[in-house]
Ligand binder design. Sequence first.
Ligand code: PLP
Length: 380
Amino acid sequence: MNIPSYKPYVSEKEKTYVIDALERGQISGDGFYTERVVAFIEKSFKASKALMMTSGTHALELAVILADLGPDDEVIMPSFTFSSTANAVLLRGAKPVFIEVKADTLNIDPVDLERKITAKTKAIIPVHYAGVACDMDRLMTIAANHHLQVIEDAAQGVNAKYRGQYLGTIGDFGCYSFHGTKNYTCGEGGALLIHEKNTQIIEKAEISRQKGTNRSQFLRGDVHNYNWLDQGSSYSPSDLLMAVLLAQLEVMQEITEQRKAIYTLYRNAFEPYEKQGILKVMEIPPECESNYHIFWVMFDRQVIRDFVLAELKSRGVAASFHFLPLHSSPMGRKMGYQPSDLPVTEKSAQGLLRLPLYAGMTEGEYHYVIKTTEAVIGGL
Ligand SMILES: *Cc1c(COP(=O)(O)O)cnc(C)c1O
């Protein structure tokens, strides 16, 4: 049996909506389906403003532009994240400052955050790893005390909550990803959420997103023509992609329920091995409602993790690991970091193992993953 690490879920509606979008003859950005996706996101996640983007990466980039971050500004983020979080900051000439995660959730460590804040710190980018929220109460308090903007990297956190509030709607900005590896996907796509206290920059956001023009106002009929007003780029996704995404979002709860069921089976299956001290199973803190994006376990040593990974692969289970911490990557070293600078991050990345998890996974598939993993770790 061959089990991939992820697989997009396809409902019955994607094809219908894509064909409809084609027949409408309007497949560039900000058309019929984009409008529906925006309405869905704003209503379902209680977001004051959502802008659809070509990727989660681009959502981060636009957030950094809108937060007005630039040379001499420091932006604190976990080293345990995807390169896009740091690139968004670097592309504006600002400086990413990498800090530790907590070993339990692999989310940004508020204690290390307070330690790393300097007079130059202007913003923080918490990353909600695996669809499990960061400690937002503490982060928002620290941010308020130091006058820092908060850009949530909620690329993995769509449809997940912290104390009842949807991720991406808590900070000044929230960034979603609809990449093919994420829970709800249109292949490549994203969204930027803007907090209601920032409504004065919505117009700037719309202009930056539309090649520096006021095309958004024009499409709404607010102005008779559109013109070049400011710097900008091309960040609006094709309506064909938004047709796919609308179909996905309409079955969002079903996708989440399926993922939750598999997550729960995995947890129950591997908890006994935790008691034996073989591994640690991820946990979702009680204040967090997850979207079950990732199921991970942690081994104490990299050699064991690598052994289990190789054994699973040889038996057709595409288990995986990530992230290679940014601070110890070739680019991080060029920035002056040593691997030993962030020991918790380094050790976590070396011990982490992800198991295949996707909606549409058959009973035969997840039982095979459990059985095979048990066979491998039982022999350790
Ligand atoms: C997926 C991901 C991104 C990038 O999203 P894309 O849509 O692939 O550009 C950024 N940050 C994190 C934490 C991610 O998991």
